[in-house]
Design a protein around this ligand. Structure first.
Ligand code: GLA
Length: 393
């Protein structure tokens, strides 16, 4: 939105016209102030997919943060924030051109993943006695992030909204084997230092749904090395351990006295190589924490602090779980906008979500969505800077 500057004027007698002018001036000034406190939004082209679909990119700006979000996969492409000296860097991994995202089939950088973020065992679930089969795109055994062509690789419809953008996708009945026409709206809005993501979904047949954002954060700046020295706090006393295919067993043990205890801020790398079967299986952290506090209510999920840059990220959510993933599958073959190699542990993801494989675990919070219902979910990423923080030893 463009606001004209207001020329300075000599004092005029208080006529009706001058009072109107003053009123207009006051309104314009208050709009400028609110634009400064919240976000300004602009839109540009980000290329075309091979099947001819135009992709747009939206830039959301506040004095503290600039976030770019594109319609391909409703993905966060960059988030620029200052460090403790005021130096600005992009704190999420990504590509500078659409082609980079089209060629990259395994990272899901910044995407909204769905219909079912995370895994469904053997790609199978049953609703009302009817069994559904999804593509087995995870080592031919399970379904990951919604199947072969998930929401991350579809072009969403973008619409500018106050301080942000609303992305809409309609997934047809039978898409990737899921029942029901699913309509998803994801609203990204920026206010001050907080990027809010609000999800709403409806369906015309009973189905399962679990959308999340798959941003890879490195608070030192993308491509600046690993995140092993960044200090993580996760507000979860329990975990859903998995089998070798990363499918939860259904048990929910405590994290106490394990390398999974992040209830006190701890460097990510401190115990990542511990002799622990869960860590060995996943090649690092790639697990779902059960968040303390009620499902459906806003609560702290995690807080991360980078001692070098002073940047912090606070994640709050209405979701019952968070997948903490340490970029274990990154191996330097994917490079960033400046050609930097994205090595193993070059980033962490905090995917707020319902638990993996919930459709096959009646003891987990349900992911079932029925016609006439609307599923709502909110996650907020808040960025700030901090001088020093105590680290547990
Ligand atoms: C999620 C999964 C990981 C991995 C990444 C994408 O975080 O849990 O196992 O598949 O997505 O590479």
């Amino acid at each position: 939105m463009h606001v004209e500057s207001i020329p300075h004027q000599a004092a005029a007698p208080r006529t009706y016209a001058s009072m109107t002018k003053n009123l207009v001036r006051a309104i314009l000034l208050s709009m400028t102030t609110s634009l400064a406190a919240h976000g300004a939004v602009s839109k540009a082209s980000f290329g075309t997919t091979p099947d001819g679909k135009a992709v747009d990119i939206y830039t959301l700006k506040s004095p503290a943060v600039e976030a770019r979000i594109m319609t391909y996969g409703a993905r966060i492409v960059s988030i620029n924030t200052p460090d403790k000296t005021g130096k600005v860097a992009n704190v999420v991994l990504g590509h500078d051109k659409l082609q980079g995202y089209l060629d990259d089939k395994k990272t899901y950088f910044g995407a909204i993943v769905g219909r079912y973020g995370n895994r469904i065992a053997h790609g199978r679930f049953t609703i009302d006695g009817h069994q559904y089969q999804l593509p087995l795109n995870d080592h031919g055994i399970n379904t990951l992030h919604g199947g072969t062509v998930g929401f991350d690789s579809l072009v969403w419809t973008g619409k500018e909204i106050p301080n942000g953008v609303e992305m809409t996708l309609v997934s047809n009945d039978g898409d990737q084997g899921f029942p029901g026409t699913l309509t998803a709206h994801v609203r990204y809005t920026l206010a001050g230092d907080a990027l809010k993501i609000e999800y709403t979904e409806t369906t015309d047949k009973p189905t399962v749904v679990n959308l999340t954002n798959h941003s890879y954060f490195n608070l030192g700046g993308e491509g600046s090395g690993t995140v092993l020295d960044e200090v993580m706090m996760i507000n979860g006393d329990r975990l859903t351990p998995t089998d070798a295919g990363l499918i939860p067993s259904g048990q929910t043990p405590t994290v106490a006295n394990t390398p999974f205890d992040f209830t006190k801020p701890t460097p990510i790398g401190e115990r990542i190589n511990a002799d622990d079967p869960q860590l060995k299986m996943a090649g690092g952290y790639d697990h779902n924490w059960i968040l303390n506090g009620p499902n459906g209510t806003m609560k702290l999920a995690a807080k991360v602090y980078d001692p070098k840059s002073g940047r912090t990220l606070t994640v709050t959510t209405t979701e019952p779980g968070v997948q903490f993933y340490t970029g274990n599958f990154l191996d330097g073959t994917i490079t960033g906008p400046g050609g930097q190699k994205y090595v193993k542990n070059a980033a962490f993801c905090l995917e707020t979500q319902h638990f993996p494989d919930s459709p096959n675990h009646p003891n987990f919070p349900t992911t079932l969505l029925k016609p006439g219902e609307t599923r709502h979910s909110t996650t907020i990423f808040t960025f700030s800077v901090q001088k020093a923080q105590k680290v547990s030893k």
